[in-house]
Write a protein that binds this ligand. Structure first.
Ligand SMILES: C[S@@+](CC[C@H](N)C(=O)[O-])C[C@H]1O[C@@H](n2cnc3c(N)ncnc32)[C@H](O)[C@@H]1O
Length: 389
């Protein structure tokens, strides 16, 4: 028999907002990152603090002019210089956050989420974590009830990524876990065979991890590799074919060309980010199934060590970040995450639920911000305040 309804029982509480969602709305709060754009389109990203000030050679702007005000507010500094204030979007955030390793560009992160079919609730493995730019997109896609397990060889990178992810989501994300170590050695120890839906590899030598990936992936699961050079692309594709447990791989690159649209002057931008990386996708076959692929004439697919040495990203001029730079980026990322954790969602009026303003936050003005990279996969963390020309 159904028990009588309890008259004192309250209604089922509405599900709470997904992690980080409340930080994307409401008036500006201390601890938050805010993007200031001047009349010429120049951008600076600052971290709001009670009593904080933003200094530039064009004057001083007190943070109190922004705290408690809505996004899109236009403010004037001490010299009458005007700025439009908005929260950075994900694409702005990843290009101005502290970093040690080259980040995946927003255009590629968008493609990865779609091409790898990262769905809410998915069990995803990622390596390496680098600065955490891609981890943020993957966490948004799997949501609070999914799982992202990121593997990273270097502790300093893991530290930077942790800071960046916590700044973005206002604290630790419930779906995220980082394991330190080499994916090829650690994956099998942490993920049961056939238990992973998607694997995303952004590293120098993805082919070294394919055996571990094939064991962890569920039949039909997707592996997607992001590589910077044609030699990595070719070697990874041949390794996927040789493994025998994957479908025929698909390769692509993504170019996004901005346009200048003003009156009758409508044309492509003069400059664009022409090359970032290539994407290579394949699916896990069922155990014992044979890869079906068009028969091709044999082509040269053997690489000599000389070929491989000549074409690594480092040999092609991609710079290794120094330990000092990594330590500084990790410090900046940690400090921003601590401020973001202090920001919290806006206090709500108990009567009508409207925001009442910010919660008390950090007391010090923000550190210098990282500029957006000039090259596609920039390695340099920031020293100046300006984001972009
Ligand atoms: C280009 S970065 C990744 C950038 C990251 N996707 C982002 O968007 O910020 C490459 C990272 O892979 C790590 N790495 C390389 N090989 C690895 C492996 N076999 N296992 C785990 N991490 C690895 C490196 O230490 C480095 O941090």
């Amino acid at each position: 028999m159904t028990p009588p309804a309890d008259p004192t029982a309250t209604e089922t509480a509405a599900p709470s907002a997904p992690t980080g969602a409340e930080l994307r709305r409401g008036p500006f709060r201390p601890g938050e990152r805010v993007q200031l754009t001047d009349e010429r389109g120049r951008m600076n990203t600052i971290t709001l603090a009670e009593g904080g000030e933003f200094h530039s050679h064009r004057g001083v702007l007190a943070h109190r002019e922004l705290i408690g005000h809505p996004e899109g507010t236009v403010v004037e500094n001490s010299a009458g210089f005007r700025y439009q204030a908005l929260r950075p979007l994900l694409k702005d955030f990843v290009l101005s956050m502290p970093r040690g390793a080259a980040v995946v560009y927003p255009k590629d992160a968008g493609q990865i989420v779609t091409m790898a079919d990262i769905f809410p609730g998915a069990r995803v493995v990622e390596a390496g974590v680098g600065s955490g730019a891609l981890s943020i997109s993957l966490l948004r896609a799997v949501g609070d009830r999914g799982r992202l397990h990121s593997f990273e060889r270097r502790e300093e990178f893991a530290e930077i990524a942790r800071g960046n992810v916590e700044t973005m989501f206002g604290g630790p994300h419930p779906a995220w876990r980082i394991t330190l170590g080499d994916l090829a050695e650690e994956l099998g120890a942490h993920e049961a065979p056939g238990s992973v839906d998607r694997v995303v590899l952004d590293m120098l030598a993805p082919w070294e991890c394919l055996d571990a990936v094939a064991q962890a992936l569920t039949p039909g699961g997707v592996v997607i590799c992001y590589v910077a050079t044609v030699t990595q692309l070719s070697r990874t594709a041949e390794a996927l074919r040789a493994d025998g447990r994957f479908t025929e791989p698909d390769a692509s690159e993504t170019m996004v060309r901005g346009w200048h649209v003003e009156g009758l002057a409508v044309r492509p931008d003069h400059r664009m980010v022409a090359h970032t990386g290539f994407l290579l996708t394949a699916r896990r076959l069922a155990d014992g199934a044979e890869r079906l692929a068009p028969k091709r004439r044999a082509s040269k697919s053997e690489f000599s060590q000389e070929d491989l040495d000549a074409w690594t990203p480092v040999a092609l001029g991609e710079r290794e970040a120094s330990d000092k730079k990594l330590r500084r980026a990790a410090r900046d990322a940690r400090s921003l995450a601590e401020r973001a954790a202090g920001a919290g969602p806006a206090d709500r009026d108990p009567e009508d639920g409207t925001p009442t303003g910010g919660t008390p936050g950090a007391a010090a003005p923000g550190p210098p911000q990282a500029p957006a990279p000039h090259g596609a996969r920039a390695q340099e963390p920031a020293e100046e305040q300006e984001d972009r020309p």
